[in-house]
Design a protein. Structure first.
Ligand SMILES: Nc1ncnc2c1ncn2[C@@H]1O[C@H](COP(=O)(O)OP(=O)(O)OP(=O)(O)O)[C@@H](O)[C@H]1O
Ligand SMILES: [Mg+2]
Length: 242
C-alpha cells in the first residue's frame, strides 16, 4: 500500500505539488492521470525518496521508502526509462541491478522473457535501443526483485499498440496476485482500460480521485475525458507554461 499525506513540493516560489493526499490499494491498478507539468513525476519521485517533500509524507508499507530494508525487493520503480547507462547492454543493466539488490541471476532471463526482449536484443547496447525497447527494459528492471509494489511513470510511452496491450495484461495480472500498481500517464486512453482506480492531478493539486466506476458516474454523459479536461484546465496556473 502507498500513502501520500499532504505532499507538497515547492521549487523557490513555484509550487509544483500542492497538498496531495491519496492511498493506493493492493490488488488494484491505480492510474495517475494529469496533463504535462501537472506534478505526476514530482509526486512519484517523492514516493521513492528521490525528491524531498517541502511538506507532507509519503509511505510505502507504512514507512518512508528510505526506511525500507532492501527496498529493491519490495518496490519496483520505473521513473525515467532513458536513464539507463547507454554503454551497457540490456542484459548488463539487469545483471548489475540483480547484483545490487541480491536477486539471483536466473531472474534476469525470466524478466527478459516477461517483457519480450530477445537474447539478441538483450545483447545490444542500450544507446541503440528504440524508445519501446528502452521502456521494456525499464519495466524488466522494475520487475526484477519480484516486488509487491510497482511505481511506473509513463510506462506506456513509446510502446506500440501491441506493447500497450501486453503491458495492460502484465499490470492486471500483477494486481490480481495482490500487487499494488501505480502508473502515470497524460493520456486517459492509455490507462482507462487497465485502471481500477484513478487519481487525477492538475496544476499540482488533486482534482478527482476514486474508482473508475465512481468517476464515470460523476462524469455522466460528458464522459471521463471531458470531465478531466475541465477539471485540469480550471486548475491551470498563471505563469505555468505548458
Ligand atoms: N527541479 C525543478 N525545478 C523547478 N521546477 C520543477 C522541477 N521539477 C519539476 N518542476 C516543475 O514542476 C511542475 C511539475 O512537473 P512534473 O515533472 O512533476 O510534471 P508531470 O506531471 O510529470 O508532467 P509530464 O506529463 O510532462 O511528465 C512543472 O511545472 C515543472 O516545470
Ligand atoms: Mg512526468
Amino acid at each position: 500500500m502507498i500513502t501520500a499525506e499532504h505532499l507538497t513540493r515547492r521549487y523557490g516560489t513555484f509550487t509544483a505539488v500542492d497538498d496531495v493526499s491519496f492511498t493506493v490499494e493492493p490488488g488494484r491498478v491505480t492510474g495517475f492521470l494529469g496533463p504535462n507539468g501537472a506534478g505526476k513525476s514530482t509526486v512519484m519521485r517523492m514516493l521513492v525518496g528521490l525528491s524531498r517533500p517541502t511538506a507532507g509524507v509519503a509511505h510505502l508499507f507504512g514507512r518512508p521508502y528510505a526506511a525500507l530494508p532492501n527496498p529493491g525487493r519490495r518496490v519496483g520503480i520505473l521513473l525515467d526509462a532513458a536513464a539507463q547507462h547507454a554503454g551497457r547492454t540490456g542484459r548488463e543493466v539487469l545483471t548489475l541491478s540483480a547484483l545490487m539488490t541480491g536477486v539471483e541471476r536466473a531472474r534476469v532471463d525470466e524478466v527478459l522473457a516477461v517483457v519480450g526482449l530477445t537474447d539478441k536484443e538483450a545483447a545490444r547496447r542500450v544507446r541503440n535501443y528504440s524508445l519501446g525497447m528502452r521502456q521494456r527494459l525499464g519495466i524488466a528492471n522494475a520487475l526484477l526483485g519480484d516486488p509487491e509494489v510497482l511505481i511506473l511513470d509513463e510506462p506506456a510511452n513509446g510502446l506500440d499498440p501491441a506493447g500497450i496491450r501486453w503491458m495492460r495484461a502484465l499490470l492486471s495480472g500483477f494486481a490480481a496476485k495482490g500487487g499494488t500498481v501505480l502508473l502515470s500517464s497524460h493520456l486517459l486512453s492509455e490507462i482507462e482500460k487497465v485502471a481500477d482506480d484513478l487519481i487525477v492531478i492538475g496544476g499540482g493539486r488533486i482534482v478527482a480521485q476514486g474508482t473508475q466506476e465512481e468517476l464515470l458516474a460523476q462524469a455522466g454523459d460528458q464522459g471521463l475525458e471531458e470531465l478531466f479536461f475541465d477539471l485540469t484546465a480550471s486548475t491551470a496556473r498563471e505563469g505555468v507554461v505548458a
